[in-house]
Write a protein that binds this ligand. Structure first.
Ligand SMILES: [Zn+2]
Length: 423
């Protein structure tokens, strides 16, 4: 990609009272608001989201979870079967729409327990068909009364949601445990390094036994938590697990402190709530009909874009983790009008393209200072500066995160980048 073609331009000043991460996403041109809580993801934003999704899909598959795509437009009949249609209307949570040929009602999925239960109920017959865990990533809709904080509280957003079906309570707990252990590994790979698992009140999903995962954030944390400073234990202050300074009852070593966070995931044991209302049954070894035991698991993937930036930026801009960065290398010729610099920059750009390294080249006739400022703002992991040593075939590579600088001969650049690229 050439900087001269990049859509959109970067912005210096975004005005308004935005949080730092929100402002950076607007300045760097990743997101634009269309209506309250409704966003367009621009090329870099969409690329980051696709990178997040690929990691989530791959890690789900690595533990035997199977990826599917459930419909977003969901018939009122299904939601009436679970008894949630009226509830979601009364609480003004769900967007609904009419079908005009037969005057039928539909909801735009805020969650998918009904549809996934319907799907699994139609396929399983015996205990041998269980367990099964299905996972999807897709848009979700929620009628937020006051959308705010950029991608954190939107009306349309992306979620990864998984649902487990087991033959008994023990099986449900095992599936739940598997997902509970997988989630922190996913967050770590995405660059969320300040994470807190929290015992949550389970809201209206209708189960007991749940954990929320919070990206710690002092600036916009929506929820106040009591968290142990030694182990990973934390609790919502509503749950009243203790007071500041109390010794942690999990590890008996740390003490509680107050922290704020952004919810980026949750895992629930649903028990048999939906399998009973949606009739998800199977035959056990004695040929007796039994209801399946379910769990559900969610990761807010579009809000993760903002949570990742929140934990990965500095005074100059975004510092993308390599795993999700929209571009990996950023070639900046100091002076585009200098023929030697321009030729070397173009040669390196072509070599990176051939090696499948996602690369930006700044081909604008702008000052070096402005180009460096943009490179810092965009936050791609490795900058390759082509300057006065271009004639000797030397460039400077700079790590956006550490600021470490190395001088490399042009022949070594691709190999050097390849060694650092995510697998
Ligand atoms: Zn502890």
């Amino acid at each position: 990609m050439q900087m001269s073609n990049r859509f959109p331009r970067t912005r210096r000043d975004v005005g308004g009272d935005l949080t730092r991460a929100h402002a950076l996403l607007v300045q760097a041109g990743l997101i634009r608001q269309v209506s309250p809580g409704i966003w367009t993801l621009l090329p870099d934003g969409w690329k980051v989201l696709r990178n997040i999704h690929q990691i989530v899909f791959d890690m789900m598959e690595s533990v035997g979870v199977q990826n599917v795509q459930l419909p977003i437009l969901q018939s009122c009949d299904l939601w009436e079967q679970s008894g949630r249609w009226q509830k979601y209307i009364d609480t003004k949570t769900m967007f609904t729409t009419s079908e005009y040929h037969y005057d039928a009602e539909y909801g735009l999925a805020p969650t998918a327990e009904e549809v996934v239960s319907f799907t699994v109920a139609g396929e399983i017959e015996s205990w041998r068909d269980l367990p099964v865990i299905l996972h999807q990533i897709g848009p979700k809709f929620r009628d937020e009364i006051r959308p705010r904080l950029g991608l954190l509280r939107g009306r349309e957003f992306y979620m990864s949601d998984a649902y487990s079906f087991d033959r008994d309570e023990e099986g449900m707990r095992a599936s739940y445990q598997k997902m509970k252990e997988l989630y922190p590994r996913i967050y770590e790979r995405l660059g969320i390094h300040k994470l807190q698992a929290v015992e949550a009140s389970s809201g209206d999903i209708g189960g007991k036994g749940s954990v929320e995962f919070m990206a710690l954030n002092e600036e916009v944390g929506e929820d106040l938590l009591m968290a142990c400073d030694e182990c990973s234990y934390g609790a919502n202050t509503e749950v009243s697990a203790g007071n500041v300074g109390d010794v942690c009852h999990e590890c008996k070593i740390g003490t509680f402190k107050e922290v704020r966070g952004i919810e980026i995931g949750h895992v629930f044991q649903l028990q048999q709530t939906y399998s009973k209302s949606m009739r998800v049954t199977f035959r056990d070894e004695n040929d007796t009909e039994q209801f399946a035991w379910m769990g559900c698991y969610g990761i807010g993937t579009s809000r993760l874009i903002q949570a990742i930036v929140d934990q990965n930026h500095d005074d100059d801009g975004i510092v993308w983790p390599e795993s999700v960065a929209p571009m990996f290398a950023h070639i900046v010729p100091v002076n585009w009008k200098d023929e030697t610099q321009r030729a070397l920059a173009q040669e390196l750009y072509a070599a990176c393209q051939d090696a499948n390294i996602r690369t930006m080249i700044d081909d604008r006739e702008e000052s070096a200072g402005l180009k460096f400022k943009d490179a810092d703002l965009l936050g791609y992991p490795y900058r390759i500066v082509v300057g006065r040593d271009a004639g000797k075939g030397l460039v400077e590579v700079r790590n956006r995160k550490t600021g470490d600088v190395e001088n490399l001969a042009k022949e070594h650049v691709v190999k050097w980048l390849k060694e650092r690229a995510p697998q």
